[in-house]
Design a protein around this ligand. Structure first.
Ligand code: MN
Ligand code: MN
Length: 439
Protein backbone atom coordinates (compact mmCIF):
# COMPACT_ATOMS: atom_id res chain seq x y z
CA UNK A 1 0.00 0.00 0.00
CA UNK A 2 1.23 3.46 -0.91
CA UNK A 3 0.88 6.64 1.11
CA UNK A 4 0.30 10.15 -0.11
CA UNK A 5 2.88 12.84 0.53
CA UNK A 6 1.34 14.99 3.26
CA UNK A 7 2.40 18.25 1.58
CA UNK A 8 -0.16 17.55 -1.14
CA UNK A 9 -3.08 17.86 1.23
CA UNK A 10 -2.27 21.33 2.56
CA UNK A 11 -3.55 24.56 1.03
CA UNK A 12 -1.54 27.77 1.02
CA UNK A 13 -2.76 28.97 4.43
CA UNK A 14 -2.07 25.62 6.02
CA UNK A 15 1.43 25.64 4.57
CA UNK A 16 2.00 29.09 6.08
CA UNK A 17 0.84 27.76 9.44
CA UNK A 18 3.24 24.80 9.14
CA UNK A 19 6.18 27.10 8.41
CA UNK A 20 5.23 29.39 11.32
CA UNK A 21 5.11 26.44 13.72
CA UNK A 22 8.40 25.06 12.42
CA UNK A 23 10.08 28.44 12.83
CA UNK A 24 9.21 28.32 16.55
CA UNK A 25 10.62 24.80 16.64
CA UNK A 26 13.81 25.91 14.85
CA UNK A 27 14.34 28.62 17.48
CA UNK A 28 13.64 26.15 20.30
CA UNK A 29 16.30 23.65 19.21
CA UNK A 30 18.74 26.48 18.53
CA UNK A 31 18.39 27.75 22.10
CA UNK A 32 17.84 24.54 24.06
CA UNK A 33 20.74 22.12 23.74
CA UNK A 34 20.71 20.40 27.14
CA UNK A 35 18.03 18.64 29.18
CA UNK A 36 18.05 21.48 31.70
CA UNK A 37 17.67 24.16 29.03
CA UNK A 38 14.72 22.24 27.55
CA UNK A 39 13.00 21.86 30.92
CA UNK A 40 13.47 25.55 31.70
CA UNK A 41 12.15 26.77 28.35
CA UNK A 42 9.24 24.33 28.14
CA UNK A 43 8.22 24.97 31.76
CA UNK A 44 8.07 28.70 30.96
CA UNK A 45 5.83 27.97 27.94
CA UNK A 46 3.60 25.77 30.10
CA UNK A 47 3.32 28.48 32.79
CA UNK A 48 2.43 31.05 30.15
CA UNK A 49 -0.39 28.70 29.15
CA UNK A 50 -1.90 28.35 32.60
CA UNK A 51 0.05 25.41 34.03
CA UNK A 52 0.97 25.65 37.71
CA UNK A 53 3.76 23.92 39.61
CA UNK A 54 2.35 20.89 41.44
CA UNK A 55 4.50 21.79 44.46
CA UNK A 56 2.69 25.13 44.76
CA UNK A 57 -0.67 23.35 44.63
CA UNK A 58 0.50 20.97 47.36
CA UNK A 59 1.76 23.84 49.53
CA UNK A 60 -1.48 25.77 49.14
CA UNK A 61 -3.45 22.75 50.33
CA UNK A 62 -6.03 23.00 47.55
CA UNK A 63 -7.58 19.99 45.83
CA UNK A 64 -7.10 19.22 42.15
CA UNK A 65 -10.14 19.00 39.89
CA UNK A 66 -11.20 18.66 36.26
CA UNK A 67 -9.73 21.36 34.04
CA UNK A 68 -6.73 22.00 36.30
CA UNK A 69 -3.32 22.17 34.62
CA UNK A 70 -0.22 21.35 36.63
CA UNK A 71 3.38 20.36 36.00
CA UNK A 72 6.10 18.63 37.98
CA UNK A 73 9.84 18.91 37.42
CA UNK A 74 12.33 16.26 38.54
CA UNK A 75 15.87 17.44 39.31
CA UNK A 76 15.62 20.11 36.59
CA UNK A 77 15.99 17.43 33.87
CA UNK A 78 12.60 15.72 33.58
CA UNK A 79 9.17 17.28 33.13
CA UNK A 80 5.59 16.00 33.43
CA UNK A 81 2.54 18.10 32.53
CA UNK A 82 -1.00 17.12 33.47
CA UNK A 83 -4.24 18.55 32.13
CA UNK A 84 -6.98 16.97 34.21
CA UNK A 85 -9.95 15.73 32.21
CA UNK A 86 -13.63 15.53 33.12
CA UNK A 87 -13.50 11.74 33.43
CA UNK A 88 -12.15 10.28 36.67
CA UNK A 89 -8.36 10.48 36.73
CA UNK A 90 -8.13 6.83 37.79
CA UNK A 91 -9.77 5.80 34.50
CA UNK A 92 -6.37 6.36 32.97
CA UNK A 93 -4.41 9.04 31.15
CA UNK A 94 -3.57 9.78 27.54
CA UNK A 95 0.18 10.20 27.64
CA UNK A 96 2.57 11.79 25.16
CA UNK A 97 6.17 10.92 25.97
CA UNK A 98 9.53 11.85 24.53
CA UNK A 99 13.11 12.43 25.59
CA UNK A 100 15.09 15.66 25.83
CA UNK A 101 18.65 14.31 26.14
CA UNK A 102 20.78 14.04 23.00
CA UNK A 103 24.19 12.61 22.08
CA UNK A 104 27.10 14.91 22.88
CA UNK A 105 30.55 15.12 24.50
CA UNK A 106 30.45 15.54 28.30
CA UNK A 107 33.43 17.02 30.14
CA UNK A 108 35.17 14.64 32.53
CA UNK A 109 35.31 15.59 36.21
CA UNK A 110 38.99 16.50 36.09
CA UNK A 111 39.07 17.71 32.50
CA UNK A 112 41.57 20.54 32.21
CA UNK A 113 45.19 19.92 31.22
CA UNK A 114 48.04 21.46 29.27
CA UNK A 115 50.04 19.67 26.62
CA UNK A 116 52.51 21.06 24.08
CA UNK A 117 51.61 24.64 25.05
CA UNK A 118 47.89 24.09 24.45
CA UNK A 119 45.09 23.82 27.03
CA UNK A 120 42.53 21.05 26.54
CA UNK A 121 39.46 19.53 28.18
CA UNK A 122 39.01 15.76 28.49
CA UNK A 123 35.60 14.45 27.39
CA UNK A 124 33.52 11.28 27.59
CA UNK A 125 30.90 10.85 24.90
CA UNK A 126 27.21 10.47 25.81
CA UNK A 127 24.97 8.24 23.70
CA UNK A 128 25.68 6.32 20.51
CA UNK A 129 27.76 8.36 18.09
CA UNK A 130 29.99 7.91 15.06
CA UNK A 131 33.01 9.43 16.77
CA UNK A 132 34.59 10.72 13.57
CA UNK A 133 31.60 13.04 13.02
CA UNK A 134 32.34 15.10 16.12
CA UNK A 135 35.73 16.54 15.17
CA UNK A 136 36.85 19.62 13.21
CA UNK A 137 33.71 21.62 13.86
CA UNK A 138 32.67 24.56 16.06
CA UNK A 139 31.37 23.38 19.43
CA UNK A 140 29.72 25.24 22.29
CA UNK A 141 29.88 24.47 26.01
CA UNK A 142 26.55 24.35 27.83
CA UNK A 143 25.79 23.34 31.37
CA UNK A 144 26.01 24.10 35.01
CA UNK A 145 28.73 24.45 37.65
CA UNK A 146 27.58 23.91 41.23
CA UNK A 147 29.84 25.34 43.89
CA UNK A 148 30.42 23.92 47.35
CA UNK A 149 28.10 26.46 48.94
CA UNK A 150 25.26 25.20 46.74
CA UNK A 151 25.16 28.19 44.42
CA UNK A 152 25.26 27.36 40.73
CA UNK A 153 26.48 29.04 37.59
CA UNK A 154 24.84 28.49 34.23
CA UNK A 155 27.38 28.19 31.45
CA UNK A 156 26.80 28.83 27.75
CA UNK A 157 29.82 29.67 25.61
CA UNK A 158 29.85 29.62 21.84
CA UNK A 159 26.30 30.43 20.73
CA UNK A 160 26.40 34.22 20.40
CA UNK A 161 28.14 35.83 17.43
CA UNK A 162 30.67 37.62 19.65
CA UNK A 163 31.55 34.53 21.69
CA UNK A 164 34.40 32.13 20.90
CA UNK A 165 33.68 28.49 20.09
CA UNK A 166 35.77 25.44 20.98
CA UNK A 167 36.26 22.09 19.26
CA UNK A 168 38.02 18.77 18.79
CA UNK A 169 40.80 18.68 16.21
CA UNK A 170 41.25 16.09 13.46
CA UNK A 171 44.46 14.94 11.84
CA UNK A 172 45.40 16.68 8.60
CA UNK A 173 44.89 14.49 5.52
CA UNK A 174 48.58 14.96 4.60
CA UNK A 175 49.67 12.91 7.62
CA UNK A 176 46.66 10.62 7.87
CA UNK A 177 47.88 7.61 5.87
CA UNK A 178 47.69 5.27 8.90
CA UNK A 179 44.47 6.82 10.24
CA UNK A 180 42.67 6.31 6.92
CA UNK A 181 43.41 2.58 7.05
CA UNK A 182 41.54 2.23 10.37
CA UNK A 183 37.99 0.93 10.70
CA UNK A 184 35.30 3.65 10.92
CA UNK A 185 34.73 3.08 14.63
CA UNK A 186 38.43 3.70 15.34
CA UNK A 187 39.27 6.53 12.93
CA UNK A 188 38.81 8.83 15.90
CA UNK A 189 39.21 7.09 19.27
CA UNK A 190 36.90 7.97 22.17
CA UNK A 191 39.77 8.90 24.46
CA UNK A 192 41.24 11.27 21.85
CA UNK A 193 38.29 13.60 21.56
CA UNK A 194 39.59 16.35 23.79
CA UNK A 195 38.51 19.91 23.36
CA UNK A 196 41.07 22.60 22.56
CA UNK A 197 40.31 25.71 24.62
CA UNK A 198 43.39 27.89 24.71
CA UNK A 199 46.94 28.70 23.60
CA UNK A 200 48.02 31.94 25.30
CA UNK A 201 50.39 31.50 28.29
CA UNK A 202 49.79 33.51 31.46
CA UNK A 203 52.54 36.06 31.88
CA UNK A 204 55.07 35.21 34.61
CA UNK A 205 53.69 31.68 35.11
CA UNK A 206 56.38 28.97 34.91
CA UNK A 207 54.38 25.72 35.10
CA UNK A 208 51.47 25.08 32.71
CA UNK A 209 51.04 28.78 31.86
CA UNK A 210 48.35 28.20 29.18
CA UNK A 211 46.21 26.19 31.58
CA UNK A 212 46.79 28.89 34.21
CA UNK A 213 45.52 31.53 31.80
CA UNK A 214 42.35 29.52 31.11
CA UNK A 215 41.78 29.17 34.86
CA UNK A 216 42.21 32.95 35.20
CA UNK A 217 39.55 33.50 32.52
CA UNK A 218 37.19 31.00 34.20
CA UNK A 219 37.69 32.80 37.52
CA UNK A 220 36.97 36.20 36.01
CA UNK A 221 34.01 35.12 33.90
CA UNK A 222 32.37 32.51 36.13
CA UNK A 223 34.08 32.90 39.54
CA UNK A 224 35.05 29.26 39.10
CA UNK A 225 38.06 27.29 40.44
CA UNK A 226 39.57 24.20 38.81
CA UNK A 227 38.11 22.03 41.62
CA UNK A 228 34.60 23.22 40.68
CA UNK A 229 34.74 21.02 37.55
CA UNK A 230 34.13 18.12 39.95
CA UNK A 231 30.59 19.27 40.60
CA UNK A 232 29.83 20.51 37.11
CA UNK A 233 27.76 19.10 34.27
CA UNK A 234 29.22 20.62 31.12
CA UNK A 235 28.24 19.39 27.68
CA UNK A 236 30.03 20.14 24.43
CA UNK A 237 27.45 20.41 21.66
CA UNK A 238 27.54 21.65 18.05
CA UNK A 239 27.64 25.45 18.10
CA UNK A 240 25.22 27.67 16.23
CA UNK A 241 21.55 27.76 15.32
CA UNK A 242 19.47 25.22 13.43
CA UNK A 243 18.77 26.28 9.84
CA UNK A 244 16.13 25.76 7.19
CA UNK A 245 17.33 23.03 4.85
CA UNK A 246 16.68 22.58 1.13
CA UNK A 247 15.96 25.28 -1.46
CA UNK A 248 12.29 24.91 -0.61
CA UNK A 249 13.11 25.22 3.13
CA UNK A 250 11.05 22.10 3.66
CA UNK A 251 13.42 20.60 6.23
CA UNK A 252 15.44 21.76 9.23
CA UNK A 253 19.05 20.91 9.97
CA UNK A 254 19.94 21.19 13.64
CA UNK A 255 21.44 19.58 16.71
CA UNK A 256 19.41 17.37 19.06
CA UNK A 257 16.30 16.79 16.95
CA UNK A 258 16.38 13.26 18.40
CA UNK A 259 14.22 13.65 20.35
CA UNK A 260 13.47 17.32 20.91
CA UNK A 261 11.36 17.32 17.75
CA UNK A 262 8.93 14.99 19.55
CA UNK A 263 9.26 16.83 22.88
CA UNK A 264 8.38 20.17 21.28
CA UNK A 265 5.43 18.85 19.27
CA UNK A 266 4.11 16.82 22.23
CA UNK A 267 4.26 19.86 24.50
CA UNK A 268 2.41 22.03 22.00
CA UNK A 269 -0.22 19.36 21.48
CA UNK A 270 -0.76 19.51 25.25
CA UNK A 271 -0.93 23.30 25.37
CA UNK A 272 -3.50 23.41 22.57
CA UNK A 273 -5.71 20.59 23.85
CA UNK A 274 -9.07 21.73 25.14
CA UNK A 275 -12.08 20.12 26.85
CA UNK A 276 -10.31 16.89 27.69
CA UNK A 277 -12.30 13.87 28.84
CA UNK A 278 -9.30 11.72 29.77
CA UNK A 279 -6.48 13.42 31.63
CA UNK A 280 -3.79 14.47 29.17
CA UNK A 281 -0.12 14.08 30.07
CA UNK A 282 3.11 15.17 28.43
CA UNK A 283 6.14 13.38 29.86
CA UNK A 284 9.62 14.52 28.83
CA UNK A 285 12.52 12.48 30.15
CA UNK A 286 16.30 12.49 30.34
CA UNK A 287 18.84 9.65 29.87
CA UNK A 288 17.06 7.82 27.02
CA UNK A 289 20.24 7.78 24.98
CA UNK A 290 22.07 5.80 27.66
CA UNK A 291 19.33 3.32 28.58
CA UNK A 292 16.76 5.44 30.46
CA UNK A 293 18.70 4.89 33.69
CA UNK A 294 19.12 7.14 36.72
CA UNK A 295 16.70 9.28 38.70
CA UNK A 296 15.81 11.41 35.69
CA UNK A 297 15.48 8.57 33.16
CA UNK A 298 12.22 6.80 32.32
CA UNK A 299 13.05 3.93 34.67
CA UNK A 300 12.93 6.34 37.61
CA UNK A 301 9.83 6.17 39.84
CA UNK A 302 9.32 9.91 39.47
CA UNK A 303 6.34 9.65 37.12
CA UNK A 304 4.57 6.96 39.14
CA UNK A 305 5.15 8.93 42.36
CA UNK A 306 3.80 12.08 40.72
CA UNK A 307 0.66 10.24 39.58
CA UNK A 308 0.23 9.00 43.18
CA UNK A 309 0.58 12.55 44.43
CA UNK A 310 -1.98 13.78 41.89
CA UNK A 311 -4.44 11.13 43.10
CA UNK A 312 -3.75 12.21 46.67
CA UNK A 313 -4.67 15.77 45.76
CA UNK A 314 -7.96 14.37 44.43
CA UNK A 315 -8.68 12.54 47.66
CA UNK A 316 -7.40 9.07 46.67
CA UNK A 317 -4.60 7.88 48.98
CA UNK A 318 -3.79 4.54 47.34
CA UNK A 319 -0.85 3.01 45.52
CA UNK A 320 -3.22 0.32 44.21
CA UNK A 321 -5.22 3.08 42.50
CA UNK A 322 -1.96 4.59 41.25
CA UNK A 323 -0.99 1.32 39.57
CA UNK A 324 -4.48 0.89 38.12
CA UNK A 325 -4.46 4.46 36.82
CA UNK A 326 -1.17 3.68 35.06
CA UNK A 327 -2.48 0.40 33.61
CA UNK A 328 -5.64 2.04 32.23
CA UNK A 329 -3.59 4.63 30.34
CA UNK A 330 -2.57 4.88 26.72
CA UNK A 331 0.69 6.25 25.47
CA UNK A 332 2.30 7.58 22.32
CA UNK A 333 5.98 7.02 23.04
CA UNK A 334 7.43 9.54 20.64
CA UNK A 335 10.90 9.15 19.28
CA UNK A 336 12.46 9.73 15.91
CA UNK A 337 12.47 7.24 13.03
CA UNK A 338 15.01 6.69 10.26
CA UNK A 339 13.81 8.52 7.13
CA UNK A 340 14.58 6.83 3.81
CA UNK A 341 17.76 8.35 2.40
CA UNK A 342 18.35 7.82 -1.36
CA UNK A 343 22.08 7.61 -0.63
CA UNK A 344 21.61 4.65 1.70
CA UNK A 345 18.46 2.90 0.50
CA UNK A 346 19.89 -0.58 0.94
CA UNK A 347 19.42 -0.41 4.74
CA UNK A 348 15.62 -0.16 4.44
CA UNK A 349 12.78 -2.36 3.35
CA UNK A 350 11.12 0.42 1.35
CA UNK A 351 7.62 -0.94 1.91
CA UNK A 352 8.13 -0.67 5.65
CA UNK A 353 10.27 2.44 5.90
CA UNK A 354 9.56 6.01 6.98
CA UNK A 355 9.56 8.84 4.44
CA UNK A 356 10.20 12.55 5.09
CA UNK A 357 6.93 14.35 4.47
CA UNK A 358 4.59 11.39 4.87
CA UNK A 359 3.44 12.29 8.35
CA UNK A 360 3.95 10.94 11.84
CA UNK A 361 5.55 7.49 11.85
CA UNK A 362 4.06 4.63 13.89
CA UNK A 363 6.44 1.81 14.78
CA UNK A 364 4.56 -1.23 16.03
CA UNK A 365 7.91 -2.39 17.29
CA UNK A 366 11.54 -1.30 17.37
CA UNK A 367 14.34 -3.42 18.90
CA UNK A 368 16.97 -5.51 17.18
CA UNK A 369 17.72 -9.15 16.25
CA UNK A 370 14.15 -10.41 16.16
CA UNK A 371 12.47 -7.43 17.87
CA UNK A 372 14.72 -7.92 20.93
CA UNK A 373 14.08 -5.37 23.69
CA UNK A 374 11.12 -3.71 22.00
CA UNK A 375 7.56 -2.84 22.91
CA UNK A 376 5.29 -4.62 20.41
CA UNK A 377 2.08 -2.59 20.23
CA UNK A 378 -1.26 -4.44 20.25
CA UNK A 379 -3.30 -4.47 17.03
CA UNK A 380 -6.41 -3.42 18.99
CA UNK A 381 -4.59 -0.27 20.08
CA UNK A 382 -3.27 0.38 16.57
CA UNK A 383 -6.77 0.00 15.12
CA UNK A 384 -8.08 2.51 17.67
CA UNK A 385 -5.27 4.90 16.73
CA UNK A 386 -5.89 4.51 12.99
CA UNK A 387 -9.44 5.55 13.63
CA UNK A 388 -8.38 8.61 15.66
CA UNK A 389 -5.93 9.62 12.91
CA UNK A 390 -8.40 9.17 10.06
CA UNK A 391 -11.28 10.89 11.89
CA UNK A 392 -9.05 13.93 12.40
CA UNK A 393 -7.39 13.82 8.98
CA UNK A 394 -3.87 13.38 10.39
CA UNK A 395 -1.19 12.16 7.98
CA UNK A 396 0.61 9.10 9.29
CA UNK A 397 2.72 6.19 8.08
CA UNK A 398 3.96 2.92 9.53
CA UNK A 399 7.57 1.81 9.49
CA UNK A 400 10.31 -0.12 11.18
CA UNK A 401 13.89 0.91 11.84
CA UNK A 402 15.75 -0.55 8.86
CA UNK A 403 15.83 -3.99 7.30
CA UNK A 404 15.67 -7.11 9.44
CA UNK A 405 19.02 -7.62 11.18
CA UNK A 406 20.40 -4.36 9.81
CA UNK A 407 20.80 -2.94 13.30
CA UNK A 408 18.11 -1.51 15.51
CA UNK A 409 17.44 0.59 18.56
CA UNK A 410 15.28 1.06 21.63
CA UNK A 411 13.10 3.77 23.16
CA UNK A 412 11.25 4.45 26.41
CA UNK A 413 8.15 2.57 25.18
CA UNK A 414 8.83 -0.77 26.88
CA UNK A 415 9.27 0.89 30.28
CA UNK A 416 5.78 2.39 30.37
CA UNK A 417 4.39 -0.83 28.88
CA UNK A 418 5.55 -2.59 32.05
CA UNK A 419 2.66 -0.83 33.82
CA UNK A 420 0.40 -2.82 31.51
CA UNK A 421 -0.72 0.21 29.54
CA UNK A 422 -1.21 0.39 25.78
CA UNK A 423 1.94 1.91 24.28
CA UNK A 424 3.15 2.47 20.74
CA UNK A 425 6.32 4.00 19.36
CA UNK A 426 5.79 6.90 17.02
CA UNK A 427 7.61 10.01 15.91
CA UNK A 428 9.16 12.03 13.14
CA UNK A 429 11.43 10.69 10.38
CA UNK A 430 14.99 12.07 10.42
CA UNK A 431 18.10 11.85 8.31
CA UNK A 432 21.57 11.86 9.94
CA UNK A 433 20.22 10.60 13.28
CA UNK A 434 22.80 11.07 16.08
CA UNK A 435 25.08 13.14 13.84
CA UNK A 436 25.97 16.61 15.13
CA UNK A 437 23.51 18.05 12.59
CA UNK A 438 20.36 16.02 12.09
CA UNK A 439 17.84 16.73 9.31
MN1 MN B 1 15.55 9.06 20.48
MN1 MN C 1 18.66 8.54 19.88
Amino acid sequence: MKRKNAWEKYNENERKEIFRFCEDYRKFISECKTERECVEALTAKAEANGYRNLNDVITSGEKLQAGDKVYAVNMKKMLALFHIGTEAFENGMNILGGHIDSPRLDLKQNPLYESDSLALLETHYYGGVKKYQWVARPMALHGIVVKKDGTSINVSIGEKDDEPVVGVSDLLIHLAAKQMDKKGARVVEGEDRNILIGSIPLEGEETEPVKANILKILKEKYDMEEADFQSAELEAVPAGPARDYGLDSSMIIGYGQDDRICAFTSLFAMLEAENLKKTGVCLLVDKEEIGSVGATGMQSHFFENTVAEMLLKMGIDSFVQTRLTMSRSKMLSSDVSAGVDPLFVNVNDKKNAAYLGNGIVFNKYTGSRGKGGCNDANPEFIAWLRNVMDENDVAYQTAELGKVDQGGGGTIAYILAQYNMEVIDCGVALQNMHAPWEV
